[in-house]
Design a protein around this ligand. Sequence first.
Ligand SMILES: Cc1cc2nc3c(=O)[nH]c(=O)nc-3n(C[C@H](O)[C@H](O)[C@H](O)COP(=O)(O)OP(=O)(O)OC[C@H]3O[C@@H](n4cnc5c(N)ncnc54)[C@H](O)[C@@H]3O)c2cc1C
Length: 694
Amino acid sequence: MLPGMLAGLFPRDACTIDVAALAARARVRFLEDAVAAVDSGERTIRLVSGANLDFDVLSLDIGARMQDMPDGATNPGIIPVRPLTSALTRIQHAVAEIRAGTRDPELLVIGGGAAGVELAFAFRAALRDVPEANISLLQSASQVLPDVSRAAQQRALDLLEQYGIEVRRGLGRLEPDASGVRTAAGEIFRGQTILWATGAAPFSWLPTSGLVTTADGFLLTGRDLRCRGTDSVFAAGDTAQIDQFPMTPRSGVHAVRQGPVLNQNLRAAMRGRGRLQPYRPQKDFLRLLSTGDGRALAIYRGRTRHGKIWWQLKKQIDTRFLSQHRPPRVDSFTGPDPRMQEEMGDCGGCSAKVAPEILDQAIFKSTGNEPSDPTGREQGRVTITLADRDDAAIFTAAANRRVVVTTDAFPPFADDLALVAEIGAINAASDIYAMGATPRQALVLAGLPAQGTANDLAALQRGAQKAFAELGVEILGGHSVKVETPLIGFTVFGEIGDDPLTKGGAQPGDLLVLSKPLGTGILLAAARGGECPANWWASSIASMRQSNASAAEVFRQTGAHACTDISGFGLLGHALEMLAAGEVRARLDLAKLPALPGARELAAVGWSATGSEALQPYLEEVELEAKGVHAAGGIALLLDPQTSGGLLAAVPPEKAVGLIQADPIEGTDFQIIGEVLPASFQSPRVILDDGARA
Ligand SMILES: Cc1cc2nc3c(=O)[nH]c(=O)nc-3n(C[C@H](O)[C@H](O)[C@H](O)COP(=O)(O)OP(=O)(O)OC[C@H]3O[C@@H](n4cnc5c(N)ncnc54)[C@H](O)[C@@H]3O)c2cc1C
């Protein structure tokens, strides 16, 4: 579909599959990483990130790279067609520059196979209003489309000529040159944009895997798509070759048709029983080459046709395939399926926090006191302790240095444990920042399932190291246990000055400032159900990866009267804690609640974190004045448990306004969401409006 996209016949979005969402819907663990090496004997793979994974059964379907691909050093204008996404971005950039007259309009397409021919037509379509654009198709072999009949080759040549594309054949191997490309005989073709579409070549690391390869390095399989010499590794698509069918061309048609056979055989291999099915490639198949103008050249059994109907057919085949594998469009999201939710269990992230009333009981039991009356404080050892339900405890350390300490843990909210640990570490350090302190040391607690523990622990360690190194925190040690449901936790110690930022202290008239948008719980829940598009997921990850260091520093400098970290009890729960500690009330403006991209849309179709249900009782302390469109969506955000959420602070009004008007500070996204009101016995703790009052 890349040529169709380049020709302007498809928008980019229509040609992509959101793999993370697809995997979530299939209940498959997804890691955004690449395989660097496979050891088929040891049954392990090493990922580019450094992680190792063990396998019982492996399916390698990694496609191919370009043949004879030169490095870009000689001529930076060379664009390899694979990987497709980076190729498309570079091609579109080049086309835009040619149209703007800032780039030489000489274009070279290297390779006269189906991909090169289609791309040449697509360039012609993309530059239809740039008459000076010259497009040349350079082919090493004596014919274009080497695996079709003579008559079909001639028809393709006629069409290329008709569309004003110059074709040069029989050039042999082409080498890059500073001004374009050069033949072995020294002939030079000039061009600032050189699209390298030379056909499929195997990845160079495959022969080191211990798997049997063909002479040119592709994985050799039987008809059951199992790699020769193993019973546990399968391969399909462009990366493999079936030994009985060495002439089968590498094409999407075969890759797609191998899918159902591969699926069945992988399941049989994992069950350890059942017959493996053979793949039988068709002798010939209908080839449809887009000519970029809403027509296509059809080639079947030596006969050819060119016209609109063939483009319509190609478009239908391609879009049907994509739509089968894409999550539904946002406007047709169905929201959570109760059966699936039961199977999914509790959401990961902070929404797995114990419900507030259960926590209250636990504190009461462990201290033997009412939560507000801790014994440690009376004895002068402890300033703030667990029973205060604040973000962290404070105790006097040796040499009169005060230390802030906090602990935090949650089940993984995504499959990538390194990412989960990275965000978990940032989330844990956030409690320290919320106190106006600086995190210094940390301990790690990891509860992981028995299988794959070593690799999972390594991933976890890597993620935590990354986050803590950036925050200047040293990991002192930790403890790991085998558990049925994984759990990742951190205890973080920090240094604090004389005036900690605490939850108590908000004063009437203060404005409430939030430092990050809300919605991570909603987005994580939808991602687990396969209804979170990749761009929304990426924004939520970026937000969770953002530490609260800058926000805390700004709040300290602006003389914030109170501050708290927004996590598992949602904005409303943590705001209520802050208001209770300061013995004040607040008015919150639902229309001003900042939301991560997609959070409101997903909440509107019913997505919510499992933990949000337990936060409903907080609404008893709320009076709802908002009646407009913001009411329902705003409440979903208020009760959304945040993983690595922002800070909420009560800031003197003139300082708060100055904060919003000042230049943006990296790592913060301040928004005033309400104001602190004086205490009143008759009125509820929080009034929610939507900014519509006079
Ligand atoms: C411009 C162009 C037009 C084409 N048009 C057609 C057409 O009209 N009809 C047709 O039938 N065929 C067409 N093809 C060929 C078709 O695209 C391929 O044959 C098909 O995509 C092969 O599928 P695959 O699953 O084997 O590999 P791919 O589709 O290439 O998928 C492999 C995936 O593996 C990933 N990967 C690679 N290395 C690693 C790694 N180390 N670790 C993890 N992941 C990895 C890649 O990122 C990629 O997403 C065209 C090809 C091109 C370049």
